[in-house]
Design a protein around this ligand. Structure first.
Ligand SMILES: Nc1ncnc2c1ncn2[C@@H]1O[C@H](COP(=O)(O)OP(=O)(O)OP(=O)(O)O)[C@@H](O)[C@H]1O
Length: 299
């Protein structure tokens, strides 16, 4: 099924995620997000576009609770998680998976060890740190790798994989979390066109076949048009477009990006050094599965 027909069939579904007038103000600054409202249904792939600084990452970080929004409600499966803490927060974190531009893998670990980390939110902190996984979890990790075409690389160290392969490991790890919602922050910005297409096809499959809602930040407008059910455009923190991809005219795109040119299918592919440098702080961030478990304590 192509994305556009999927959109039509989703019209009556209860939203999996609903943001109501969400604003975010970083300390002493103007609003990075300004009264953003949007919905994501189960099985729907929503692309978020907008020029650099428009607020795309801030939006995802508010949903996965890396940061707290300043105002508004974020309803996930019908419950407001904007100010959730404790058990409620742990539950939401299990059900919301994230993939990152810089993959956020543990590079000295093998592909399958990275995938198994998707189970950490379901374990006690001790079991997680000791790497205790059941045979069933290992089988499922291998199946997830197989699904993304990475089974032959299961026992290869993550730092020996290409960017596209690393991202597929990141997707397999997210799948092992059994998410209801998948967030992807610029998942193809560092990849070549072929790998970008593979990753977008996997996200499309996850939405359509697994009925997972996907909220995907993209710089590449043409991929957003091709793969999404709906496009949400941000400009200076505000939603300036929310609709089907075929309603996005070139005049609207010009307005969204102002002077800035949107990227085509191919974003600049970064050097290995710059990718590694950018990934380093990310590996220590609260979004990492290990950190999430340490914070969550015994599940
Ligand atoms: N930690 C922070 N502290 C203060 N301001 C921030 C912080 N993170 C982001 N901002 C500001 O919030 C605004 C939105 O940034 P954000 O990173 O969400 O945009 P973006 O659309 O994801 O950009 P890009 O495409 O370049 O990643 C920008 O003005 C940015 O400078």
């Amino acid at each position: 099924m192509d994305g556009h027909s999927a959109h039509a069939s989703l019209a009556g579904d209860v939203p999996l995620l609903e943001m109501r007038s969400v604003s975010k103000r970083y300390d002493g600054r103007g609003r990075a997000l300004s009264e953003v409202s949007l919905k994501v249904a189960p099985g729907e792939l929503v692309a978020v576009i907008g020029s650099s600084g428009a607020g795309k990452s801030t939006l995802l970080r508010c949903v996965n609770k890396l940061i707290d929004c300043t105002e508004g409600e974020i309803l996930f499966e019908g419950r407001d998680i904007a100010r959730a803490r404790g058990r409620e927060l742990r539950h939401a974190r299990r059900r919301i998976a994230m993939i990152f531009q810089h993959y956020n893998l543990v590079y000295r670990a093998t592909a399958i060890e990275n995938v198994l980390q998707g189970r950490l939110g379901y374990k006690s902190a001790v079991a997680g740190m000791l790497g205790r996984y059941s045979e069933d979890e290992k089988r499922r990790a291998f199946e997830a790798l197989d699904r993304v075409g990475m089974a032959p690389f299961a026992y290869k160290r993550a730092d020996q994989l290409s960017g596209g392969q690393k991202q597929r490991v990141g997707i397999a790890r997210a799948l092992l979390q059994e998410p209801a919602l998948m967030l992807a922050d610029e998942p193809i910005a560092s990849l070549d066109p072929k790998s970008s297409r593979t990753v977008m096809e996997l996200l499309r499959w996850i939405a359509t076949e697994l009925r997972v809602g996907c909220l995907v930040n993209l710089h590449q407008v043409d991929f957003a048009l091709e793969f999404s059910d709906r496009v949400v455009a941000l400009k200076a923190g505000e939603v300036v477009f929310d609709g089907a991809p075929d309603r996005l005219t070139s005049a609207t795109i010009a307005e969204i990006y102002g002077e800035a040119e949107p990227r085509g299918a191919v974003g600049p592919t970064e050097s290995a050094e710059s990718v590694e440098a950018a990934a380093a702080p990310c590996r220590n961030a609260g979004s990492c599965p290990v950190e999430a478990v340490l914070e969550a304590g015994v599940a």
